[in-house]
Design a protein around this ligand. Sequence first.
Ligand code: SF4
Ligand code: SF4
Length: 339
Amino acid sequence: MFNIAKKEDLPLPWAIKSRNIIQIAIILFLLNIGWQFYRFVTYFKTRGSTGFVQRPPSVESFLPISALVALKSWLVNRTFDTIHPAALAIFLSILLISFMYKRGFCSWICPIGAVSEMLWKIGKRLFGRNPRLPRYLDLLLMIPKYLILIFFLKVVLLDMNANTAAAFLDTPFNKIADAKMLEFWIRPGITTIKIVTVLVLLSIMFKNFWCRYLCPYGALLGVVSLPSPVKVSRDRERCIHCKACNRACPNQIEVDQKLRVDSVECTGCLDCIESCESSALSLKVLNTDKVVSPKTYALLLMGTFFLVIFIAKATGHWNTSLGYEDYRRLIPIMDMLSH
Ligand code: SF4
Ligand code: SF4
């Protein structure tokens, strides 16, 4: 299943550069998607006085709650959501790559993860370092993301039955949740602006502040990634205990203390591998000596992510069943719709 690379091939400075290139490419792609969707929504809000553009289905990647309800409905009703099928397809793809390749989504694909990384790197340039919180406070602050995750999992996976899940997906609110999400971000209230400003400042100070302490999506992927067969492993014989890996890890993992990094916080960024001048670190498959090179890891991660999306498109699980008339009716009144 995995290509076997020689240890001598590692570490490769290739991974950091290609990871950053992929992050930037995805941000540019999403900005383009956002612009296209903005024009789509504007067309209906102005009752056709601007030019019509097609709605990009990928915009549904920003609907994780709808995707979670769609997953529940798919499991119990055996019907794949037709309102936001791309949301469910992307969600399934992210769950699959997290299960197989740790939280690689967070450090290679997620635009929020990319922005977080850019911000703490700016902070590092400005202040020379990113401070760390005391361990007790660090652990305490990690609790909210799990509480938020448990809340959503309980409400959606446990409390919702087959009928309520299907009914939610069919509500006018869910049908234009993407348009409401756009409105929320392009016309933020004063509270939103204040919260985002505080988060940006904290993200400049501390590495991955949002991802580490607040993101329930990342918390879910961390749990899903626990059985992942591919993990960073340390060769005890080669390690000279220089701790360069610890300093490189953006997620405060003490790599030099582990033989295998099982942590839910590992985002598969490979920075530790690249920082190790003794080639003591590599990605290994289960408890074998099979080594996955950073290049192969990136190809598997990205390839699996896009393969699931390709399958969704090829099998008709990508485009919404909503039509022009639905949007013409719902978008002008979206401010009045709530769940
Ligand atoms: S960077 Fe390499 S040699 Fe240094 S402590 Fe980490 S694993 Fe050991
Ligand atoms: S352990 Fe290595 S791969 Fe995992 S987050 Fe830390 S630096 Fe990245």
